[in-house]
Design a binder for this molecule. Structure first.
Ligand code: NAP
Length: 290
């Protein structure tokens, strides 16, 4: 039994490391949290070396790295750089988690919530706001579970680019870009049984005057917590409430699931020194939670 304290090294791409991520780390059981801001692929090497050269390989599972910040693309690049500076051939590595902007844990929570009510392999999904960091991950996770996924944007070209990226990550992914301009939203909703709305804060993606197109849905999830609702009528606190004959969840209900997943992932970092938690592995972890 090691007497080493658990240390989470928080590498944030923003100047001010996220207080949210730090609080969750403590609540997840990290005994010490070392927080660094303005971390880039160029300046991260000494931080990673500080993590891996201090404790022997058998104790390195008590040290882990969390990559965060508001910029998801910057976080992904930083994660790659962190991993490149680990030395697994000598056992000198630590577990790493990426959750910039909360995107990975939020997407996992949304997809996990939907999976409670339907078989995702048979789902016909529409992801509104599918070009944002959360929406892109929701679409990827759904496609990986075998769902037929429409990725929506106000500009179909943006959705097309997202679908191409998803196909590159998940061969055989059944994804289709759709534009929501004009009567695009109504067409995009046709034949869908799962709607996940991942639009920007306070953006009404299905406003009141479009809500009559919400037919035949089994599950609706709205991730926007700030009024007006992303999907008219769905309240942030709704948890398995029926709207438009569909089981519906609002952002705060999904946020509770997100918090559980986030804490479980941070805790799991300290179970071994070689774990990597990104969107997919966080979802796998989430799928195993009670
Ligand atoms: P985002 O990047 O701010 O926006 C997502 C997409 O919404 C954009 O790519 C854009 O797509 C569309 N959009 C932007 N402004 C719009 C407008 N005025 N009208 C219609 N569509 C608009 O969002 P995100 O960071 O991915 O987050 C998605 C949602 O999840 C947000 O509501 C966020 O608050 C929530 N969230 C919750 C948690 C949590 O812990 N509960 C954590 C993270 C995020 P197009 O330009 O392609 O149309």
């Amino acid at each position: 039994m090691s007497d080493k304290r658990t240390i989470l090294i928080q590498l944030d791409t923003d100047a001010l490391p996220s207080v949210f991520d730090r609080v969750v780390a403590v609540d997840a059981g990290a005994q010490d949290v070392f927080s660094y801001g303005s971390v880039t692929p160029e300046n991260v090497q000494p931080l990673v070396h500080g993590a891996i050269f201090t404790r022997g390989p058998k104790d390195l599972k008590h040290t882990a790295i969390f990559v965060g910040g508001s910029d998801v693309a910057a976080g992904e690049k930083l994660l790659t750089a962190v991993r490149n500076h680990l030395l697994p051939q000598y056992g000198l590595q630590v577990s790493v988690m990426l959750d910039s902007n909360g995107a990975n844990t939020t997407a996992a929570a949304a997809v996990r919530t939907a999976a409670k009510h339907m078989d995702l392999a048979g789902a016909a999904a529409l992801v509104l706001g599918g070009t944002g960091p959360v929406g892109q991950r929701v679409a990827l996770l759904l496609a990986k579970q075998g769902a037929d996924v429409r990725v929506a944007s106000r500009q179909v070209e943006k959705a097309t680019a997202v679908c191409e990226r998803i196909r590159a990550q998940a061969g055989g992914a059944n994804v289709e870009p759709v534009g929501t301009a004009g009567d695009g939203l109504r067409q995009a909703l046709q034949g869908r049984n799962l709607l996940i709305s991942a639009g920007a804060l306070g953006a009404a993606l299905v406003p009141e005057n479009e809500a009559k197109a919400l037919q035949g849905l089994k599950v609706i999830i709205d991730l926007n917590a700030v009024p007006p609702a992303g999907v008219a009528g769905v309240e942030p606190t709704d948890k398995a409430v029926e709207h438009y004959e569909a089981t519906s969840y609002g952002a705060l209900a999904v946020g509770g699931v997100k918090m559980r997943i986030h804490k479980a992932a941070v805790a799991a970092l300290f179970s071994a020194n070689d774990r990597v938690f990104d969107a997919e592995s966080i979802y796998q972890l989430a799928a195993g939670l009670p």
